[in-house]
Design a protein around this ligand. Structure first.
Ligand code: MG
Ligand code: ZN
Length: 220
């Protein structure tokens, strides 16, 4: 019974995600679903990426959070359109929430939309948000066993950002092992080791995002 219920919820979500995807593509919008455990630095990554991207690309953000608007407040300071979703304790975003949030954004005025998911490496991977692709963020202050422990999320991501490389000397994080494990799950994955704090490694990541935008445009 329980399994059936979950299946129905996911099916309903998939239908709404399909609707979202066609809305996004009508606006020729590239949509990135950003996922990680809490504290990996999704918001910091966004802040630094916006600094580099916003002069060339019209970018907006949907911020998912359990209760607060702290992350949205940080993004707002960057001067880009941002909408907050509070899940009231819900541990993932779903397509219905994104539909409501997207309604208060001027999608026609945007080229790129980041959706920061709720910090959680498990169930966000089950909920399609109509995105073009997913990016998972892990950080060097977590164990480098994250890919093996949460394979679904890593399999589904077009890119993996490994944040906080400035802290590598102070951790036991094994960068080579993390990359190897991630590629074993997902041979096509692009990996970006960087530090959202110092800005090291930000350029290749932002270049890749712009490339994804151009590739989507070329598709028509
Ligand atoms: Mg955040
Ligand atoms: Zn959840």
């Amino acid at each position: 019974m329980e399994v059936k219920l979950v299946t129905n919820v996911l099916k309903a979500n998939d239908l709404l995600a399909k609707e979202l995807r066609s809305t996004f593509s009508a606006h020729r919008l590239l949509v990135v679903n950003l996922m990680s455990a809490p504290g990996s630095g999704k918001t910091s990554l966004l802040e630094k990426s916006l600094d580099l991207l916003k002069t060339e690309v019209r970018v907006g953000v949907i911020e998912g959070d359990l209760y607060t608007s702290r992350d949205a407040d940080r993004i707002e300071k960057k001067g880009v359109p941002v909408v907050q979703i509070n899940t009231q304790g819900g541990c993932h975003l779903d397509a219905a929430m994104v539909i409501r949030a997207a309604a208060s954004l001027d999608l026609a005025g945007l080229e790129l939309l980041f959706i920061e998911n709720v910090g959680n490496l498990v169930c966000p991977s089950s909920y399609d948000l109509g995105e073009d692709f997913r990016v998972t963020v892990i950080s060097t202050t977590e164990g480098n066993d994250k890919p093996e422990k949460y394979p679904t999320m890593f399999r589904q991501s077009r890119a993996l950002v490994i944040n906080k490389i400035d802290l590598l000397p102070f951790t036991d994080f094994n960068l080579d092992e993390a990359c190897r494990d991630a590629r074993a799950l997902n041979p096509e994955v692009e990996i970006f080791p960087l530090s959202a704090r110092t800005g090291e490694g930000l350029d290749p990541w932002c270049r890749w995002v712009r490339y994804q935008l151009e590739a989507k445009r070329a598709q028509g």
